[in-house]
Design a protein. Sequence first.
Length: 102
Amino acid sequence: MEELTQDEWAEQLENDDKAVIIDVRTDNEVAAGIIPNAIHIDFYRGHDFIAEIQKLDKDKNYYVYCRSGNRSGQACKIMDQLGFKNAYNLIGGIMQWQGEIE
């Protein structure tokens, strides 16, 4: 897992043709807005969260965020344990996100 600042995350994401964005917030949080093209997998779904993560392609690069960066950091650690090579946590989460939201 690597922790990326807002600028690092956005720049790396823009230049990554294997990028997948994952939003690990709750349904209610996502209803307030989501980063474009993000896949929503609620971290609080426990075993269902892990089951959904395990379906993902381990050769892709995952840019993970939540509200503040805490849950997404935990999600990245789980992904590391499951054998994902590239999981990037957005420091500060969507609360500090300066980019587009839909």
